[in-house]
Design a protein around this ligand. Structure first.
Ligand code: SF4
Ligand code: MG
Length: 332
C-alpha cells in the first residue's frame, strides 16, 4: 500500500526581477492517503494555492518531487499526460472566473470530455452530462443555460460537475467555499462529502481558515510562508495545537464548547506576514511568535514527530533546546 500522493521537499520559486526570488513554496513534504480529505491551511500568501497548482503541474516545480501513485507527475511524458491528468482534477475558489461565460453548462462539462476523447457518441455524452448535473444537485434543464444565470453555490456545483466529468480519483479543492454565503457553504461541503463517499474520492482541501476544514478533513497541514509548520489528524490539531502559529489561528476561531475554550492557550499574532522574497532567518514564523528565542533566528527548526503521527517544526518541541512545554512557557 502506498499513499495516492507523496510530496517530497517540493519547492516553487518565482523570479521577481532584480535577481530576487519569491519562495512561494519552500520545501514542503506530506503524503495524502487514498480516500482521505487532507486539509492544507494558511493565511493568504502562505503558498497553499501555489502548492496546489504545482501538484497538478499547472506550475513547473523548482525542486523536490510530487509522486502520484508512485510516479513523478513532473516527469510524465507527453504521451502519458492525458492518462494521468484525467485522475487529478481541481475545483477553484471562484467558480465564476473558472467557467467560460460564453459557454453553456453542457459545453462547459463536455469540454474535458472532448479533450480526453471520452463519450464520443453524442447521445452517450449528453446522458453523461445529465447524470453529472443530477449528481451535483442540478438537473438537465440547466444544461442549456449560461453561468451568469446561476447563483454562486450553483456555479460551484457546475465546477464540481466539470471536475467529475473525467471520473477522477483525486481532487484539489482550492478554497471552494470561501467565496460563498455561509448558508451555502454547508451545502457544498455536504455535497463534496457525499461524492467522496459514493466515488471513493481523495481530496486535498485548501483553506485560509481552520474553521472551514475542521469537519471535512481527516488530517491537516498548516502552512506559513511557504513551509508546513504542523501536520496532524484534525481531532488532535483542534484539541491541542502544538505550533504557536496553529495556536494563533485557532485563537481566532470561536469554539462553542467552554471546556475546550478554557484549555486552549491563547496566542495572539503580532506584526505582519513577512515577504516571501525576504523571509526571516531560522524559523520563518519568529517575527510573529510570542515564544521566539535567540535560537529561533539562528537555526531552522527540525521536522519533529512530537507524538505518533503528529509533526511540528518548532524548537519548543526539540528537547535539545527546551525542556518546557509552550504551556509552561506561557505561564512564565
Ligand atoms: Fe516560535 Fe521559535 Fe517555535 Fe519558531 S521555532 S515557532 S520562533 S518558538
Ligand atoms: Mg488562494
Amino acid at each position: 500500500y502506498r499513499p495516492i500522493l507523496e510530496v517530497k521537499n517540493l519547492k516553487k520559486h518565482f523570479g521577481v526581477g532584480r535577481g530576487q526570488t519569491l519562495k512561494a513554496v519552500d520545501g514542503i513534504s506530506f503524503d495524502v492517503h487514498r480516500g482521505e480529505t487532507f486539509g492544507l491551511v494558511g493565511e493568504s500568501g502562505c503558498g497553499k494555492s501555489t502548492a496546489g497548482r504545482t501538484l497538478l503541474t499547472l506550475y513547473e516545480k523548482t525542486d523536490g518531487e510530487v509522486l502520484y501513485d508512485g510516479k513523478d507527475v513532473h516527469e510524465i511524458s507527453d504521451k502519458n499526460r492525458l492518462h494521468y491528468f484525467r485522475k487529478m482534477q481541481m475545483i477553484f475558489q471562484d467558480p465564476y472566473a473558472s467557467l467560460n461565460p460564453r459557454s453553456t453548462v453542457k459545453e462547459i462539462i463536455a469540454e474535458p470530455m472532448e479533450v480526453h476523447g471520452l463519450y464520443k457518441n453524442k447521445k452517450e455524452r449528453q446522458d453523461r452530462i445529465y447524470e453529472l448535473l443530477e449528481e451535483v444537485g442540478l438537473n438537465r434543464d440547466h444544461a442549456t443555460r449560461y453561468p451568469h444565470e446561476f447563483s454562486g453555490g450553483q456555479r460551484q456545483r457546475i465546477g464540481i460537475a466539470r471536475a467529475l466529468a473525467l471520473e477522477p480519483e483525486f481532487i484539489i479543492c482550492d478554497e471552494p467555499i470561501s467565496a460563498l454565503d455561509v448558508s451555502v457553504q454547508a451545502q457544498i461541503i455536504n455535497l463534496l462529502e457525499r461524492l467522496q463517499e459514493e466515488k471513493g474520492l481523495t481530496f486535498l482541501f485548501i483553506a485560509h481558515d481552520l474553521s472551514m476544514v475542521r469537519h471535512i478533513s481527516d488530517r491537516i497541514a498548516v502552512m506559513y510562508l511557504g513551509h508546513i509548520v504542523e501536520l496532524t489528524d484534525s481531532e488532535r490539531l483542534y484539541e491541542k495545537p502544538l505550533h504557536p502559529y496553529t495556536q494563533a489561528l485557532l485563537s481566532a476561531v470561536p469554539i462553542p464548547d467552554p471546556k475546550v475554550e478554557e484549555q486552549r492557550s491563547r496566542v495572539i499574532l503580532k506584526g505582519e506576514l513577512p515577504s516571501p522574497i525576504d523571509p526571516p532567518s531560522g524559523c520563518v514564523f519568529r517575527t510573529r511568535c510570542p515564544f521566539a528565542r535567540d535560537i529561533c533566528a539562528e537555526q531552522t527548526p527540525k521536522w519533529l514527530e512530537a507524538e505518533e503521527g503528529r509533526y511540528v517544526a518548532c524548537h519548543l518541541y526539540d528537547p535539545q533546546f527546551f525542556d518546557m512545554t509552550p504551556e509552561e512557557l506561557n505561564q512564565t
